[in-house]
Every structure is written in C-alpha cells, then in structure tokens.
Design a protein around this ligand. Structure first.
Ligand code: DC
Length: 218
C-alpha cells in the first residue's frame, strides 16, 4: 500500500519548495502535478496547436509521454524539458490549458500512474479533492496574495528577471480566480485538509509544521 501526502494551494504559496524539502526529509517521492499541465502546454506550443483545436489536442494527448525522474528531471516525449516548462510562453498558456476537460481527464490518469505503488508527496490544486481523495494526509497551503507576489518578485530577481510587483500581483490574482472558479476540479480546500497559512512563516517553519502534521496523521 502506498502512502500519499496531498499538498494543494494557490500559485506562489510555496508548495514547490516545501514539497521538495519535506519529501527529502521523510523519504517520499516528490511529484509536481503542475509540471504535467506545463508539459501539455509546451507540447501545444511545439506542435502549433491552438487552444480551440480540440481534435488536435486529443490526438496530441493520445501520444503524449510525460516522465518524472526521481532526480527531479522532467521529460516530454523523450526530451528533457525541466527548465523549458518554466518559461514565459508556457506560464501564459498553462492556466487556460488546465481548464480543458479533455486535458484534465488525461492528466488524472497520468498523475495516478506516476504515483502508483510509491510513497509520495504530491502537490497541485486538486490532489486532495480529485486525484487522491483518500490521501493519508491532506494539507492546504495558502498565503496572502501580496506575500505570494513579493516572493515571486524576489525569485525572479534571483533568476535575473526584472518584474514589477503590481504586474506580478495582478497575474497572481488572475490565476487564483481562474484556478478557483473553473468548472472541473477547481482549486479549493478539501473538507478534511489541514489549512496552513505561510504568510508570516519562514520556509523552515512551514517545513517543520508540515512534518509535524504528517507524523501526527501517520
Ligand atoms: O503549480 P504550477 O504553477 O506549476 O501549475 C501550473 C498550472 O497548472 C496552474 O495554473 C494550475 C494548473 N494546475 C491544475 O489545474 N491542477 C493541478 N493539480 C496542478 C496545476
């Protein structure tokens, strides 16, 4: 039997960083489901497929191959795309793509398969509500939009990308709205998820808190 920790929450709440650190400390395989949506968006860009072209998207999904290696590398149809899927064109396309039912259905299958037979910590928007509603531990990681924007601007600076706080904040609010109001699998806290607000906590404090919650619920 595998052990599943589900970490859901909005963009920029720190899910990626926290999931990686907690996974390393507890020996759980870290699975970033956002990356699977990013791979679909990238594949559409590569094949020049428009968001309206449902038939072409379906054909593309029928032959897509997404691999997540334990070292964190991500492969799309055999090509390493770990960094490529974080670029701006993918950032722009991924949220509208993730609304499409055909994409969500396919990725549900892919995500469950990736986790099969493993002890995992899986991050996304709908892990505790849809992908693994029977997860052993469910956490909803949140932070105020202003704090998430501040963190994203800092992250960008570290990567040498200049960005304005106002623009980043607006982008975050747009994404929150789209992710939480979509019809299928919207971003929302599962009833039995534990709410963690990271607004005023350091990374170490959040990691500690989440490890405590996992240990208590084992
Ligand atoms: O976590 P991220 O920013 O890499 O996610 C990219 C997009 O994918 C995000 O806009 C919402 C979507 N997503 C989703 O709908 N369901 C998930 N389980 C994970 C991500």
């Amino acid at each position: 039997m595998s052990f599943v920790v589900a970490i859901d929450g909005p963009a920029g709440a720190g899910k990626g960083t926290i999931t990686k650190l907690v996974g390393e400390k507890l020996g759980l395989v870290n699975i970033d489901t956002g990356a699977t949506f990013r791979c679909v968006a990238l594949n559409m860009i590569q094949e020049h497929i428009d968001i309206q072209e449902e038939k072409k998207i379906e054909e593309m999904l029928n032959k897509i191959n997404i691999e997540m290696h334990t070292d964190g590398k991500i492969f799309l149809n055999g090509e390493e795309v770990t960094k490529r899927i974080r670029e701006n064109d993918v950032n722009r396309l991924v949220s509208p793509v993730s609304v499409l039912p055909i994409v969500r259905n396919k990725l549900l299958e892919v995500q469950r398969k990736i986790a099969e037979g493993k002890n995992v910590i899986m991050e996304g928007r709908d892990i505790g509500t849809v992908v693994f509603p029977n997860a052993n531990v469910k956490i909803y990681l949140d932070a105020a939009a202003e704090e998430r924007a501040r963190r994203r601007v800092l992250q960008n600076q570290e990567k040498g990308i200049e960005s304005s706080y106002e623009e980043v904040l607006e982008g975050i609010k747009d994404r929150d709205k789209r992710d939480s109001t979509r019809e299928i699998a919207p971003l929302k806290k599962a009833e039995d998820a534990i709410y963690v607000d990271s607004t005023n906590l350091s990374i170490e404090q959040v990691v500690e808190k989440i490890i405590e919650i996992i240990e208590e619920n084992k």
